[in-house]
Design a protein around this ligand. Structure first.
Ligand code: 4AD
Ligand code: MG
Length: 465
């Protein structure tokens, strides 16, 4: 038994030998006189392999002629160089075993045509059978593995931070609260009423918005660490770039500053893009042909050039001088909106750009106050077509400054005492960032909607399956 990928590469030994492949019918064509060409895919690579089945097969009339797109089968036959264009090998079947026909081919949701993305979201359990979602799935895997490999090569340790948490890592109040279904034992307040807030064994708990605070504790002993897992945001934003559940990779480094983080982000993004180009050339060729014409060239250009870095203050000037009518007017002190981020990345620079040192009022409480006392050492990496893909900062390592910022944001210091300890016991400068994994995948594949970058999207208005 070989995978379709191995078969297309000539199997494991010389051609003209017997192989077995297992997979699903992608497309098929029957010519007159008892001859069928069946394209079989098993997900191992973009291309299916062509299986030639003739009337000599014992079950040709009963099974092969009944095949349709989506049917599951096991094919044994001779692997031979193919006459057809675009494929090196094909299989001349000596045995076709059908494991499952498609009940009613006319109503099978995945027809051999281009479906709308909206429709495919409604059949999220069947969409991995399409060319597009097969390609997205393989690229997603390659990027995840590249992330672990690149960070490991740089000496980072992977820390598994919790999903259930009591503190709001961003201080922005976008958390989902946990509750129990144990109706008999719901927590009661003094008056015997149900205390919904204390539903996690008598405490209030949430799904994490970021593993940053937890991973900081490990950076302050292991030096270079990262967390990589699902994170949750209760922003009720029905946009093409927000999910309620998304994956985030967050490196955190002791004795590092903001420039070190911009360097790391550059090395990191270039390494991920290079892995995709090297390992998924077949899928990227598909994206370039069908989804985003410059899908490959823009990654190559990004790898070749140094990162563009601008100050927030400069970014505001560029936007003001652009003469463009923005929906949200720009002035120093306002947070950059998607339209501004996209203008900077798409029209001004033409590729991803990092913006640094934002006004302190618009950024999270843990970010380090700069000497100007007006800005914090924050950075965002902005990508064409999507806007922010990375958010990061140098952390406030001085307890008195951190306390002042927590007061300013109205945060309860009791809840963050453990985090404040890190500043009490051997504090050191440190910095990190968070990369929204699905946003990067949207950029790499040229997708229009982040709901197509994760197998089962959870977002306002879509959480079935
Ligand atoms: O900018 P954010 O909120 O930063 C943090 O969470 C920091 N704690 C990261 C750190 O410094 N360790 O989120 C980081 C990234 C964003 O740049 C964006 O790419 C992604 O996470 N992101 C989302 N992706 C999909 N859906 C959402 N609702 C997202 N919110 C943030
Ligand atoms: Mg951000």
């Amino acid at each position: 038994v070989v995978s379709v990928k191995q078969a297309l590469a000539g199997g494991t030994t010389a051609a003209e030998h017997e192989v077995t492949v297992r997979g699903w019918v992608r497309t098929l064509r029957e010519s007159k006189g008892g001859l069928s060409f069946v394209n079989v895919s098993d997900g191992s690579c973009f291309a299916p392999i062509q299986v030639v089945a003739t009337g000599d097969l014992a079950n040709y009339e009963t099974d092969v002629k009944r095949l349709s797109a989506g049917a599951g089968l096991i094919v044994t036959g001779k692997l031979v160089p193919s006459q057809g264009k675009g494929q090196a090998y094909e299989i001349q079947a000596t045995k076709v075993e059908v494991t499952g026909f498609v009940e009613n081919p006319l109503t099978y949701p995945i027809q051999p045509k281009q479906h709308s993305m909206e429709f495919l979201r409604e059949v999220a359990h069947l969409r991995p059978r399409t060319n597009l979602f097969g390609a997205v799935t393989r690229v997603r895997h390659t990027m995840m593995m590249a992330i672990h490999r690149l960070l490991t090569e740089q000496g980072f340790f992977w820390i598994n931070t919790p999903i259930i948490t009591t503190s709001d890592a961003e201080g922005a109040g976008d958390m989902f609260r946990l509750s129990t279904l144990d109706l008999a034992n719901l927590p009661r307040d003094d008056k015997g009423g149900i205390d919904w807030r204390k539903d996690f064994f008598g405490r209030e708990a949430f799904l994490t918005v970021s593993g940053q605070l937890n991973v900081e504790a490990y950076a302050l002993s292991m030096s270079k660490v990262y967390t990589f897992g699902p994170t949750f945001r209760a922003e009720n934003s029905n946009t093409t770039r927000h999910l309620a559940e998304f994956w985030m990779v967050e490196p955190e480094v002791a004795f590092a500053d903001l420039n070190d983080m911009a360097d790391l982000a550059e090395l990191f993004l270039k390494g991920i893009f290079k892995a995709v180009l090297d390992e998924r050339a077949d899928d990227m060729a598909f994206f370039a042909e069908r989804v985003q014409p410059d899908a490959i060239s823009r990654l190559e250009a990004f790898i070749d050039k140094p990162f563009e870095r601008i100050q927030y203050t400069e970014a505001v000037e560029i936007l003001q001088k652009s003469g463009k009518k923005f929906e949200h007017p720009v002035a120093w002190g306002v947070d950059l909106q998607t339209e501004h981020e996209r203008f900077l990345a798409e029209e001004h620079i033409g590729r991803p750009v990092v913006v640094m040192n934002y006004p302190e009022e618009i950024k999270a409480f843990y970010m380090r106050l700069n000497d100007d006392c007006k800005t914090v050492a924050a950075m965002d990496v902005l990508a064409p077509g999507i806007g922010e893909i990375i958010g990061g900062a140098q952390r406030e390592e001085r307890l008195d400054y951190l306390d002042r910022r927590m007061d300013q944001f109205g945060l309860d210091k009791e809840v963050y005492n453990w985090y404040r300890d890190l500043r009490r016991y051997g504090t050191v400068p440190h910095a990190g960032f968070g990369l929204g994994f699905e946003r990067l995948l949207v950029y790499v594949c040229g997708l229009a909607n982040i709901r197509d970058a994760i197998p089962y999207p959870r977002a306002a208005g879509s959480a079935e399956f």
